[in-house]
Design a protein. Structure first.
Length: 422
């Protein structure tokens, strides 16, 4: 049972949130600042999540026991390392329900995955005059790679706008469409507005018109069940560090047919089959896209992260976060002078806001004085800031280990901040 009612114990997937929190050493951290001492309230999960002990232990055990390079070693430690590396890939495959492990490419994160598609698929299959459809709410990672590609190839970018509530204006898809659009690349969960977009509708719309569809899953895969076969997207990029895993590891899912048709992006090491002085042939999938020594310990950590999430259950995580978000939104809005940006009907636990007369950086520092971690700035989304007509916002973002009591702490501190800055 999931609940955030004040008199009941919050639970996710049969465990109490308090019990879950004890798996995360960093959540017990005491923040000493301005002569005050507070247990941390970590509310910057859209930037990166905290890591459970099982992830830290898996990575330490790998280094303590099995550290060796993958694939080329015939000795025990090398075989163990390779087995761990490939087992993590299968864990990720099951996690997003990909049809085959060969469709799971290790990258360094969402940004790297999107750049891989831009450089490999984009350069091979787009030509002058072709168009790419994005949205106005993209993170720079799903905007700038396409700007560079468009410049190089003479392509045009089009954008699905978002309205006052922070929802995409999908009714305008039909009129926005052009026969030159070959790729649609869209964010699933906005890291600024909290909006959870109806990506299935957009993917289907693109496919009916013969375009390829990429989904930026950086803010969705950590928070809700994402099934690539049900979604039918051609590519899905996401980051390990936002879903309990370490930094430096991410995933690009791609349909095998497309990955097979694409040339390599980075060259060297694992991605070759045979090399002559003047040419080379490529390894099979997924290795064609995994040049050089990969981040092995990081894949082991990601495998442990995915196991942890799978045991709790992504549906239970989504449901709890929805309740926690429903608890947070009206309380934040009730803070005098506070404006929340983004009130989509389908939204996740990301709250960007400003308090009248207080710079978001000052606000974030004030909150840190109370042990509360929130982000402030443009959140790698300048075009959204411009559209909202703000230079920056503060942002609180939740995960399944957060408690209603932490929301109460945030709200109380914001009220005091408003008085403090007058
Ligand atoms: N896309 C979205 C929606 C994000 O929120 C982020 C990170 O905040 C990224 C892409 C980039 O992720 P990474 O920095 O892990 O590559």
């Amino acid at each position: 049972m999931v609940t955030t009612k004040a008199d009941a114990v919050p639970r996710v997937g049969g465990r109490t949130v308090e019990e879950i929190r004890s798996d995360f050493p960093a959540l017990a951290r005491i923040i000493e600042r301005d002569g005050k001492s507070n247990v941390v309230a970590y509310l910057d999960n859209a930037a990166t999540s905290q890591k459970p002990r099982s992830v830290l232990d898996a990575m330490a055990a790998y280094y303590e026991r099995s550290n060796a390079n993958v694939h080329r070693a015939l000795y025990t430690m090398g075989e163990e390392s390779t087995a761990l590396y490939e087992e993590s890939r299968r864990a990720v495959q099951r996690f997003v329900n990909a049809a085959r492990p060969t469709e799971i490419i290790y990258t360094s994160g969402t940004t790297a995955g999107i750049n891989l598609v831009a450089h490999s698929w984009g350069r091979a299959f787009l030509s002058e005059g072709d168009e790419i459809l994005l949205t106005e709410m993209e993170h720079h990672s799903n905007l700038v790679p396409w700007q560079l590609l468009a410049k190089e190839k003479g392509c045009r970018l089009r954008f699905i706008p978002f309205g006052e509530s922070g929802e995409l204006e999908l009714d305008r898809l039909e009129t926005l469409w052009s026969d030159r659009i070959k790729l649609v690349s869209i964010v699933h969960g906005s890291n600024v507005l909290g909006t959870v977009n109806d990506v299935k509708r957009i993917v289907d719309f693109a496919h009916e018109r013969g375009a390829v569809a990429l989904v930026d899953g950086a803010q969705s895969v950590p928070h809700e069940p994402v099934d690539v076969q049900a979604l039918d997207c051609d590519f899905l990029a996401f980051s390990g560090h936002k879903m309990l895993g370490p930094t430096g590891i991410g995933i690009l899912y791609g349909k095998e047919r497309l990955l097979e048709s694409m040339p390599p992006f980075l060259a060297g090491g694992e991605m070759i089959e045979a090399v002559w002085l003047d040419h080379a042939t490529w390894n099979s999938l997924p290795y064609k896209f995994e040049a050089g020594t990969p981040p092995i310990a990081e894949t082991v950590g990601l495998g442990a992260a995915v196991d942890y999430l799978g045991k709790l259950g992504m549906a239970a995580i989504r449901d709890y976060e929805r309740e926690l978000s429903a608890y947070a939104l009206p309380r934040l809005k009730a803070v005098p002078g506070l404006k929340v940006y983004g009130e989509a009907k389908r939204r996740g636990g990301v709250f960007s806001f400003n308090v009248d007369g207080v710079h978001p950086h000052d606000l974030a520092q004030y909150l840190d004085g109370e042990g509360i971690c929130v982000r402030s700035g443009h959140h790698c989304a300048h075009p959204i800031m411009r559209k909202l007509d703000v230079a920056a916002t503060a942002r609180a973002s939740l995960y399944f280990y957060n408690l209603p009591a932490e929301i109460d702490r945030l709200v109380g501190a914001l009220e005091r901040a408003k008085e403090f800055f007058g």
